[in-house]
Each structure stands twice: as C-alpha cells, then as structure tokens.
Design a protein around this ligand. Structure first.
Ligand code: ATP
Length: 233
C-alpha cells in the first residue's frame, strides 16, 4: 500500500532520513516507533507529500507521491502532530471545512459529514463548538477531518499525545474499526506500549533509518479482524 525506496531527506545541514526503505501492507495498522528526533514526523510529512525528498521514491496505492500529488492526496488522510482545530467552529463546520478542502462535491458534503460523524460517534455533537469539547473528542474531530474523504491510507502522527488513558483506549478501538473497514493505518509514537494494543506491524526508526520491521503478535480480537479482512467474502 505504501512503498518507499532509498528515501533521503535533509534539513539544512542535517540528514533526517537516510536511504530509508519500507513497505506497508494493505489493511495493516503499522506502528512507527522511535525516540524524539528519530525522523517519524519527517517520514510522515514526506509520505503525505508535504516535504520534497532529496532522493528516493514514495508510492501510495501504486501512485508516485511526487508525480501525482493530487491523485495520491485523495487516497490519503493525514493527522499532524500539531494539535489544532478552529475553536470557534462547530464540529459540523470543522468537518465541512475539511470536506471542502479535500475537494468533495458540494452535494456530497452533507452525506460525508453525517457518515463521518456516525463513524466517530460524533453525531450528537455536530452543533457543539470545538472549544467546548474535551481533548479526546477534539482529537476525534481532527481524525474525522482526516478521513472525511474516505481515504485508503491514514497517517497519524502521535495521535494519542496528551490524551488520558480512557481517551487512548477509545482511539485504539477506533483504529481497529478503521482497519476493519479496510483502511491502512500508519501510526507514530515514541511509546511502543501505546501502539502494541492495536498494531499488526511495528517499525522501529532510528537516526532516519528503519532499524526493525516485523509483524506483531496480536490478541484474538484483532486476529479475527485480520481474518475478516483477508476473506474474499
Ligand atoms: P519527535 O518524536 O520529537 O516529534 P521525530 O521522530 O518526529 O521526533 P523529526 O521531527 O522528524 O523526528 O526530526 C528528525 C530530525 O530532524 C531531528 O534531529 C530534528 O531535530 C530534525 N528536524 C526536524 N525538523 C527540522 C527543521 N525544520 N529544521 C531542521 N532540523 C529539523
């Protein structure tokens, strides 16, 4: 689903990603783990097409991110590690803004908002202002903005940062639901334990290189989910 070859990225005077190679399987939830400064955000931003690599290639759903950015963007959602919503907008307006930014047709926006709100258990919050929501609910709205266009791939940079244990559990359940619906997720954190609960694969990043990439042993619930995904029916 995501294929990266020899990806190198430099900030002025600093090599953040160094000939990185990586494959993310369709339907997986891949945990991207690494210490502060390992290169997680830079890698996410390169995949999202927000940074231009010095060298190497990135394809998502078989399309080159640099060559076909608009087409790739339609297949991808990105939640940045910068936590922010327009506080004065209602949940519906936040979702509407994201839908319009993603280029959804005007007559499709209302349906997209109600489908996304239902998916995220936000249907009864649509008229509430973002400023009145708990941090966990605001993060849910931000995820709603990232998936309003029903992307195949969702990139989440430190989504659980600053959330309490209950909100983190709710996010874990949501990520499994998104995986079960066929979405491929790449989720970063510097805390492995946080990601183990719902990830099918783990990538360890250090100094801009992949140190380890392996399948994780998951609990019965997520195995059942994977079987359902693999089933032709
Ligand atoms: P964190 O968990 O702290 O967010 P990270 O794994 O996401 O870290 P990056 O933010 O991708 O790591 O940073 C990778 C390296 O690039 C670090 O050494 C960082 O200091 C450096 N870096 C990041 N952004 C810039 C920038 N705008 N200019 C220069 N160097 C940068």
């Amino acid at each position: 689903m995501i294929q990266i070859s020899d990806l190198t990225f430099d900030y002025t005077g600093h090599r953040a990603l160094n000939q990185l190679n990586l494959q993310v399987e369709r339907g997986s939830v891949t945990a991207l783990v690494g210490a502060n400064g390992a290169g997680k955000t830079t890698l996410m931003r390169c995949i999202a097409g927000l940074e231009t690599p010095l060298a190497g290639s990135i394809t998502v759903v078989g399309l080159d991110v640099q060559e076909q950015p608009r087409t790739v963007h339609r297949q991808m959602g990105y939640l940045s590690d910068f936590f922010g919503l327009y506080q004065e907008l209602t949940v519906a307006q936040c979702l509407e803004y994201a839908a319009a930014s993603q280029g959804l047709a005007k007559d499709a926006i209302a349906d997209a908002i109600s489908a996304t709100a239902a998916r995220l258990s936000l249907s009864d919050r649509l008229e509430q202002k973002a400023s009145s929501l708990s941090r966990g609910l605001r993060q849910r709205v931000a995820i709603g903005q990232a998936i309003i266009h029903a992307p195949q791939v969702l990139l989440l940079d430190e989504p659980a940062s600053g959330l309490d244990p209950e909100a983190r559990n709710e996010l874990a359940i949501l990520f499994r639901q998104l995986q079960a619906s066929g979405m491929t997720l790449l989720v970063s954190s510097h805390i492995l334990a946080e990601l183990e609960a719902y990830s099918s694969h783990m990538l360890v990043l250090r100094d801009g290189k992949i140190l380890e990439h392996r399948a994780l042993h998951q609990g019965l619930a997520s195995k059942a989910l994977q079987l359902r995904l693999a089933s032709p029916n």
